[in-house]
Design a protein around this ligand. Structure first.
Ligand SMILES: Nc1ncnc2c1ncn2[C@@H]1O[C@H](COP(=O)(O)OP(=O)(O)OP(=O)(O)O)[C@@H](O)[C@H]1O
Length: 526
């Protein structure tokens, strides 16, 4: 098809083949070339919704998308936007106006639906006959070359998105326009039962996560989310952005889970708990939303990796790390919060490295480390116990899960004590006390019976005092199990050598070396 065929088209740019269709004056214009004022003549009722800014060198141009139910882009002269390139389909894609309820508001968003042969690419990903809700900063390529940066017309609620409580019925998110066109911070309103203290920084903007942060490399991933590095565009501060896997708009269970994680993180502030900075809920298609938590970035990885690297940790190091873990857990339990997923993957570390030889270490760390700060992360399974004190959901990670969770008897904060016991065991010897590898019986039965042992030679040189402590944490009956308080006051944490045990704690001798448990470190090399 030759661009000369379009007698009613206007060429944009010097040697451009990108053309924008001029429609009859008595019709609503769907788009405007940059030079055209959308508020003139017969178009004055049209509201500018968004802009596509060309990223093609030498073809600087802005395509204006007006508020219209459907805007078709393609090579055909019947399209609202004509892109006259050989790799553009007759009708390449369409932009459908969506009004989506987010929080307490309806937001006007553009859903792009691909109908092409060669594809529409959003931020490098091919759309392939699917839809996607556009957000600020998206790089959209039609076919192979027609590359644009997408932006909603104003930093209004139209911009898609929301901050902390998009789906929280208890919260009113009021956003107001100010005279200068900027937005006042949203105000949160609570029902009387919700008069809880919130961290001030959560009262913030209505923007997309991508407006505020540059999203970078992956830091880690789990079952529910992938965590990426982010940079705050305004402050330059590095953050961690937990990007949950896309979910259906109306997935009540996931919505509830996200609310619970966000709510809990908003109510906690402790040096050993990862800090929540922001949260976003954004539509990605008509049916799907994506949720984001912005957290303080913890730089030195998971305790799990440290255990794998070192095979096991020394008693002094374990003790120093555990004092911090217990401090975080004590704080949580004091607020009626149970974490329910304590395991080495969810204990993150910030290490301050030695800058000069005369710096003094704060603990029994490696020579090149001055200080290590522990941060408890991943509140995806965390729960308020409220007044009930017990909850029934099946949760946790198999090796670390407490027996009362398996028997669904209802559980309390003591489940974290059990998991802390498993973690303490793992830190000191490098493998978990309960595993399929140690069976029979099955992992589940080992846990239900509280059947574990201190295997020789791994435990031979470890103080009886800590074996005594672990034996009081891995107690099947939660009533008889230590509390966090008991744990903190135990002689091992207070460097008191306990000589009062009637006999030395038993180590299990296994004659067949093949049957000795394998450490995480050994397993990672298999
Ligand atoms: N604040 C953070 N700073 C740096 N890295 C982080 C941060 N939060 C999480 N990570 C990394 O991302 C990984 C996955 O995060 P997280 O455990 O929260 O995801 P998840 O999908 O909920 O995991 P799970 O499968 O355990 O439920 C962590 O194990 C950690 O390596």
């Amino acid at each position: 098809m030759n661009k000369r065929e379009y007698s009613d088209t206007e060429e944009v740019g010097n040697e451009s083949t990108l053309v924008v269709k001029k429609q009859h004056l008595n019709q609503n214009l769907a788009i405007y070339p940059d030079a055209t004022d959308p508020q003139t003549d017969d178009n004055r009722n049209n509201i500018l919704l968004a802009n596509f800014m060309s990223l093609i060198p030498g073809k600087e141009q802005t395509l204006k998308i007006l508020e219209k139910s459907e805007t078709v882009i393609g090579r055909s002269r019947s399209c609202d936007i004509i892109l006259d390139e050989v790799d553009i389909s007759t009708k390449h894609c369409k932009l459908v106006l969506l009004e989506m309820p987010l929080g307490n508001e309806n937001r006007k968003l553009l859903n792009i639906i691909d109908t092409s042969r060669n594809g529409t690419y959003i931020n490098g990903n091919k759309l392939v006959k699917k839809d996607y809700v556009l957000k600020n900063g998206d790089r959209v390529i039609f076919g192979k070359k027609c590359s644009f940066l997408f932006k909603y017309a104003s930093e209004s609620p139209i911009v898609a998105v929301n901050s902390v409580h998009a789906n929280n019925d208890d919260v009113n998110l009021d956003v107001e326009n100010t005279d200068d066109g900027k937005f006042k911070k949203p105000q949160f309103g609570f029902t009387s039962s919700q008069q809880l203290k919130r961290k001030p920084q959560q009262k913030s903007k209505v923007l997309s996560v991508f407006d505020k942060y540059i999203v970078g490399k992956e830091l880690g991933s789990g079952h529910y989310a992938i965590v990426k590095e982010g940079i705050n565009k305004q402050t330059g501060k590095s953050v961690a952005i937990k990007i949950f896997h896309p979910q259906l708009n109306d997935d009540q269970k996931k919505n509830h889970q996200f609310r619970e994680e966000t709510d809990i993180l908003m109510r906690v502030q402790h040096k050993n708990i990862v800090n929540l900075l922001d949260s976003f809920v954004e539509p990605i298609s008509k049916m799907q939303i994506q949720k984001y938590l912005v957290l303080d970035k913890i730089d030195d990885g998971e305790l799990f990796d440290r255990i794998v690297r070192k095979t096991n940790l020394s008693q002094p190091e374990t003790k120093a790390l555990f004092k911090q873990i217990l401090s975080g857990l004590k704080y949580l339990h004091g607020k009626n919060i149970i974490h329910r997923d304590i395991k080495p993957e969810n204990i993150l570390l910030n290490v301050r490295r030695r800058q000069s030889p005369d710096e003094i270490q704060t603990g029994p760390w490696d020579d090149d480390e001055i200080d290590i700060q522990v941060k408890i992360a991943d509140f995806g399974l965390a729960k308020f116990t409220g007044e009930m004190q017990f909850t029934n959901t099946l949760c946790g990670t198999p090796s670390y899960v407490a027996p009362e969770i398996l028997t669904k008897q209802g559980h309390s904060s003591k489940v974290d004590v059990w998991s802390a016991g498993v973690l303490l065991y793992v830190c000191l010897c490098g493998f978990p006390p309960f595993s399929d590898q140690l069976g029979p019986p099955s992992l589940k039965d080992q846990i239900l019976q509280g059947k574990f042992a201190f295997y020789s030679p791994y435990w031979d040189d470890i103080d009886d005092t800590v074996l005594h402590l672990i034996s009081n944490l891995l107690v099947v009956n939660p009533v008889q199990r230590f509390s966090i308080e008991h744990c903190i006051n135990h002689p091992w944490f207070n460097d008191i050598r306990e000589n009062s045990f009637s006999s030395r704690m038993k180590r299990l001798q296994i004659s067949d070396k093949q049957k000795l448990p394998k450490t995480y470190s050994e397993l990672s090399k298999l």
